[in-house]
Design a protein around this ligand. Sequence first.
Ligand code: TXA
Ligand code: MG
Length: 363
Amino acid sequence: MISQQTKIWNVDSVVGNSQDYPQLTEAAEFLRKGEVVAFPTETVYGLGANALSSEAVQKIFAAKGRPSDNPLIVHIADIAQLEALVAEIPEIAKKLMDAFWPGPLTMIFPKKEGIAPEVTAGLDSVGIRMPSHPVALSLIRQAGLPIAAPSANRSGRPSPTTAAHVEEDLLGKIAGIVDGGPTGVGVESTVLDVTVNPPMILRPGGLTKEQLESVIGQVAVDPGLLEEKERPKAPGMKYQHYAPKGEMWMVVAPTVDKQVEAIGSLLAEAKSAGKKVGILATEESSTKYPQADLVVPCGSRADLPSVAHHLYDALRTFDQERMDYILSESFPSDGVGMAIMNRLMKACGHRIVGSDPSRNLSN
Ligand code: TXA
Ligand code: MG
């Protein structure tokens, strides 16, 4: 792939000062010309291109090294854009849009003609969301286009939660990066199929099952997410993702104390085998592994959204510090814990020590 100059627009210092971010005019112009531009959303950074142009969308797949059978999410700034893209808006989707858009919820709709076929990877459905980050909304509005955008990482790497993460993966491979500071939620949007009854979570994310159920009642979870032998319904969920280069294990135990104890003995074993060991811990337990080469405190166990917020940066740190063995604490899988555990499970390639994760920490 030919290397190119990546232009950086810094809007970090002005976030919240303006509705329209005039400094994004050039970034929007790049999008209209068919270039790809990374931008912040409230979940993770996205890598955007005109969703109506095959040529533009192909550049996303090339820059990320993304398999072409993995469809992209289309980002919109208003409901008129949704109506132009989908064949039907189910009643249940209207309720969810009222409650949660703009926000970290992607819904799968039957698609209309006009979307570049690469976006949907040949499926007859399309995933759409309206992000709540003011910079993302302003950029989409100024471009005047629906913007296809996967997370702005190289395929297989953790999603980027800062512009520096995007630079690490894509500098020289894309036309530009809008730096709007660190993202908030830290894990991607929840992907919900609203074409089935009851609606089904295809990817757990920033919006919880409990939040969805408070508005529409029962919500199903794709069995392919929970059982290794079933194939997930969202094409992207079958890939191993987020994995650090070192061998990572997640430690599961019925209580937090037992978890710390189990990690302690695995750590001692790995150290005596001469390994460079990193631990993904929480603020509460980060002082309990003195033998480790690196302990990354990843938020507070008492505040799972703070764990989600720090998760991908923590996973990247193990690579930067060249850890060859990583042990991770585990979390209850209710609330945003469902997304955290899903991403950790993928990061460790399902290498789990201890009991059945569904019985982890008495959830
Ligand atoms: O928070 C997010 O959703 C971020 C930001 C940038 O908006 N985007 C993101 O996109 O995570 P990406 O491409 O990394 O993940 C999209 C996921 C993949 O697992 C993909 O397979 C699934 O959504 N998906 C997209 N369209 C789909 C469809 N029509 N049917 C089923 N799954 C779909
Ligand atoms: Mg992604």
